[in-house]
Design a protein around this ligand. Structure first.
Ligand SMILES: Cc1cc2nc3c(=O)[nH]c(=O)nc-3n(C[C@H](O)[C@H](O)[C@H](O)COP(=O)(O)OP(=O)(O)OC[C@H]3O[C@@H](n4cnc5c(N)ncnc54)[C@H](O)[C@@H]3O)c2cc1C
Length: 425
């Protein structure tokens, strides 16, 4: 008897995990999801893990549990290489303390989806690797939080504020700044009374304005909220070097920092370059066609931050967002079965639903689209609900309608909500 075609998905992030959940349980194919981590984390809230403000029991979901619930196989391991000729992928690990490791192995595929995400580049800036924190994965967020707690306690003892300098004013930088202001009260001696000497936050941007690429009204709204949170901002300031105790601008000005955060830009995951001879854009992302196929092989597709897709007639490729990764997962969940049946699916069309930023107690703000325009500025409860809905939809997709509905409701009414500083691991 002929075995079912095997769909192998590399990376269980915003795009890959959704695709596995959508394709899992189908009768006409078998699905395997690979990730180096044992649990799925929703990356758009990584800054909340870093700040310690995350308050959801659904913020991390075991891939092993999801696989059982949604009818796919999960294989934990690091993707090493792809062999196009034999249609196989080589994995290593996971590695356990004491030098123990799982045996290296190979998985074959009929269709392969690369969804390995991206990484913050240092643009060749000296000292980023040695002295700055980047927020690319859970381990980075955990390291940041441990440092932050130590610096805040020290600041309270010595009476000089802890200085956090964040380089890059995109979503990661601005949201992290706002969430740090929210948790600082955990270190006040007198609750409700904010000392002036406990935390100084500086957000530095190389471009002339905060949040490059955002509309002027959104930018102004974010700036006034950051001002209200007492987050200092500096634009037109290119950072040339990160040192052990500060960041140094191209004009030589030094900004003291107890913790420096590097949150400038995004490129494709550097591991992509070692996988196979893909065609890359200048940000190291795999170039895909209108059906999200790579030029290396029509059997290999790529989505999310690992992929570079430029819609017909557009001047630039789509931005690397969870919104885009999720829409590409929805698309492939219906396109791959068609491809396996020898049919040509319709092209992928991105529906831009706008941009939302959550600034902790300063509220959420964003621009959402109606029709073909993204010109509706939203604030307050509506923006907050819209911001959370992206993750809720994602949880719903991963967990399924019934279980997802119950779990989301339980999470919503959880008495553990609202913690200012959770020292979770
Ligand atoms: C702080 C922050 C805030 C953000 N806010 C928003 C927002 O508000 N809205 C929005 O739309 N987007 C937001 N984003 C962007 C969004 O998180 C990403 O665009 C999205 O997660 C990309 O999804 P992905 O599936 O391509 O990759 P990811 O979600 O990054 O997943 C990649 C997966 O691949 C795995 N992996 C990596 N390398 C290997 C390997 N060698 N072997 C095995 N597994 C591997 C990783 O463990 C991970 O699970 C934000 C990002 C950050 C950091």
């Amino acid at each position: 008897m002929k075995s079912k075609p095997h769909i192998l998905i590399l990376g269980g992030g915003a795009g890959g995990a959704e695709l596995a959940a959508r394709l899992g349980g189908r009768k006409d194919c078998a699905v395997t999801l690979v990730d180096r981590q044992p649990a799925h984390l929703w990356k758009p809230r990584l800054h909340e893990f870093a700040a310690g403000t995350i308050d959801s029991t659904l913020s991390e979901l075991s891939y092993y549990m999801l696989a059982r619930m949604r009818g796919f196989h999960f294989e934990q391991g690091k993707v090493e290489t792809i062999d196009v000729a034999t249609q196989s992928v080589r994995l290593s690990g996971p590695h356990a303390p004491g030098g123990h490791s799982a045996a290296p192995r190979e998985l074959t595929y009929d269709r392969l989806v690369v969804a390995l995400g991206g990484q913050t580049p240092d643009f060749g800036t000296k000292g980023v690797d040695a002295y700055a924190v980047r927020l690319d994965e859970r381990a980075d967020a955990d390291r940041f939080r441990a440092r932050f707690v130590a610096e805040m306690i020290t600041a309270r003892q010595r009476g000089r504020p802890a200085a956090v300098v964040i380089v890059g004013s995109g979503a990661t930088g601005t949201e992290l700044a706002a969430h740090l202001r929210q948790v600082e009260s955990g270190f006040f001696r007198n609750p409700g009374e904010r000392p002036t000497d406990i935390l100084r936050i500086l957000l530095v941007e190389a471009a002339p304005d905060l949040m490059p690429g955002a509309d002027d009204r959104l930018r102004q709204s974010i700036k006034s909220r950051l001002d209200a949170l007492d987050v200092e901002t500096l634009t037109n300031t290119k950072i040339a070097e990160i040192g052990p105790d500060g960041v140094i601008a191209a004009d030589g000005t030094r900004y003291p920092a107890d913790i420096s955060v590097w949150a400038a830009g995004l490129v494709g995951n550097p591991c992509l370059k070692n996988l196979a001879e893909f065609n890359f854009d200048n940000r190291g992302r795999i170039i895909v066609d209108s059906r999200l196929r790579t030029s290396l092989s029509p059997q290999i597709l790529a989505i999310g931050d690992a992929a570079c897709f430029t819609p017909d007639g557009a001047k630039a490729a789509l931005l690397p967002t969870a919104q885009c990764a999720s829409q590409q997962a929805i698309y492939l969940a219906s396109a791959i079965p068609k491809m396996l049946a020898g049919k040509e699916p319709p092209p992928f069309v991105f529906d831009d639903r706008g941009r939302l930023v959550s600034l902790a107690r300063a509220g959420s703000v964003g621009q959402i689209g109606f029709g073909r325009k993204n010109d509706f500025l939203v604030k307050g409860k509506f923006a907050n609900a819209a911001y959370k809905s992206l993750q809720r939809r994602h949880q719903w997709t991963l967990l399924g309608r019934l279980r997802g509905g119950v779990a989301i409701f339980a999470d919503f009414i959880s008495p553990a909500k609202g913690a200012q500083l959770k020292l979770h691991r």
